[in-house]
Ligand binder design. Structure first.
Ligand code: LP5
Ligand code: MN
Length: 256
């Protein structure tokens, strides 16, 4: 399991889901990045920062909304270490994007060594093992051969496939029981044991919160990062997690 050694306060945010129709969310996220650059020692973004990422070559002809987000990421990365993780929407982010931003790619999962101690960080979609359809989708799109074939297509074709996939996913989600789309208890317990940690942080489920578990007599905590929506949700939502020597603390957007 790959380690990421972090000294000082670490800020984490995921599931921002930025796209062409999220100007207010993008503005809030850029404000978060500026605050992180002022106050944190590192910022980690474990997945689904983008609502759909079709390949790093998208930055070569970035529309204005994306160019602004990329500039904000680049500015933050110039001031503090910025780590990008892959989610189920932006699993195609790669080294070309990271290099262009001056950022680094998070290992999956990442074993963080922080001032608070060891923390396992991941997007969290891999823990949703009751969702067979999703796990089949994940196995397909995480396959390097599939990715090479997809990326070999033109950007218009990839955009069309992404749009179709989004539509199919939204339709499929309407039919699923809510619990299927949450993490599986056994998968989470296995993750605690395999990594030998007492703290896991993930996103993906859009069910923010802190869960205390007893794993083999050890008190463990699972922290779920909030999703962001400042354009369509009322009230607007979003937030981040700070890990420092005193522990973990959630912050809402209105704390910024
Ligand atoms: O994403 P969300 O919140 O709707 O639901 C997720 C799971 N669905 C996904 C699928 C993505 O939304 C697809 C869009 C990715 C865009 C960028 C990648 C580049 C294009 C890739 C083209 C294939 O992650 C959903 C979970 C839910 O989280 C909760 O955990 O339930 O999983 C499903 O709904 C599984 C379904 O089987 C979804 C399958 C959709 C894609 C089908 C492939 C066909 C593509 C068309 C090609 C011509
Ligand atoms: Mn996700």
């Amino acid at each position: 399991m790959s380690k990421v050694v972090l000294q000082g306060p670490v800020w984490l945010a995921s599931d921002v889901h930025l796209g062409p129709a999220t100007p207010a969310t993008a503005e809030a996220f850029l404000g978060f990045l500026d605050a992180a650059a002022d106050e944190a020692a590192a910022v980690l973004l474990p997945g689904d920062i983008f609502d759909a990422w079709i390949g790093d070559d998208a930055i070569l002809a970035a529309p204005p909304w994306l160019a602004a987000v990329l500039q904000g990421l680049r500015h933050a990365a110039a001031r503090i270490p910025l780590w990008l993780g892959r989610g189920n929407r932006d699993f195609l982010m790669g080294t070309a994007l990271a290099d262009a931003l001056g950022a680094r790619l998070l290992p999956e999962p990442a074993l963080l060594e922080t001032d608070y101690g060891r923390v396992l960080l991941t997007h969290g979609d891999e823990y949703c093992t009751d969702d067979d359809a999703y796990q089949q989708f994940r196995a397909m799109v995480r396959n390097p051969q599939w990715q090479a074939q997809f990326l070999a297509q033109g950007i218009p074709e990839r955009l069309a496939m992404a749009q179709q996939a989004r539509g199919e996913s939204q339709a499929a989600n309407q039919m699923k029981a809510a619990e299927i789309m949450d993490v599986n208890t056994q998968a989470v317990e296995d993750a605690f044991r395999t990594a030998d940690v007492e703290t896991i942080v993930h996103g993906h489920t859009h069910r923010p919160g802190r869960h205390v578990l007893d794993i083999d007599g050890r008190r463990c905590e699972r922290w779920v990062l909030p999703d962001w929506d400042c354009d369509h949700a009322n009230p607007p939502r979003g937030g981040w997690l700070v890990i420092d020597r005193d522990g973990l603390v959630f912050y809402d957007l209105d704390a910024a």
